[in-house]
Design a protein around this ligand. Sequence first.
Ligand SMILES: *[C@@H]1O[C@H](CO)[C@@H](O)[C@H](O)[C@H]1NC(C)=O
Length: 233
Amino acid sequence: MPRQKIRSLLKILMVLVPAVVVYKLILQQYNYTFISEMRRALYVDVDVDKSSQTTKKLPKDKDGGCYMDTHCPDYHFSFYMRSGAENVMGPKICIQNKMVLGMMLDNVGHGLNIVIMNGKAGNITETGHFNMYNNEVEPLIKFLKSIEDGSVVLIASWDEPSSNLNDEAKMLIADLGSFAVSSLGYRDNWLFVGGKRATMRNFEKHLKNDNNLNKNGWPQEVELKGCIPKYMD
Ligand SMILES: *[C@@H]1O[C@H](CO)[C@@H](O)[C@H](O)[C@H]1NC(C)=O
């Protein structure tokens, strides 16, 4: 091989090898979901239809991965939610395939992330996030007490949801139908869907922060999806 060629090959390798190493390090650092989330943000998925040799674009993910293909019966609202991942990736709450809380909307924070939905009309009446590590519990209590009857309440944790939760706050959340709130611990991952004084099926997922089960020192994020029955008169 001529000298010139070898030299340019070496140059390419000198750039490529560190890039691959850095990429590998990133992969090890964060779990798979985070990476796929990043990929999703960077690329549009392309589906190659071999028979016709045309390139067909999949429906573009306009709603940040909220399109779930969840087919709910009439008089139901579909929902999808995901807890935060480590302290890096914010949680996400979607209603009817549309993001209502998430990093893209800039309405999330470490602690408890809450969406209030009108149980009849399905519109979002309020969202809030409450840092339960650095901040006091009073604003959360005020928020919980202001929830109107007939509301659906969706809660997603990020990072640390429990340190400053007191008995009063836990009681208010238990009144919405949560069982797990009483045992919520430091850096647990938790998702909940309930309602204020309305008989509805509740949804809940709780993953303890447990050194034996953690990945990279954190509990894995949890996901929940389903159909919320509309409140009737
Ligand atoms: C939600 O919908 C209800 C019923 O249509 C309406 O009364 C209420 O004002 C709406 N609230 C918001 C915040 O859009």
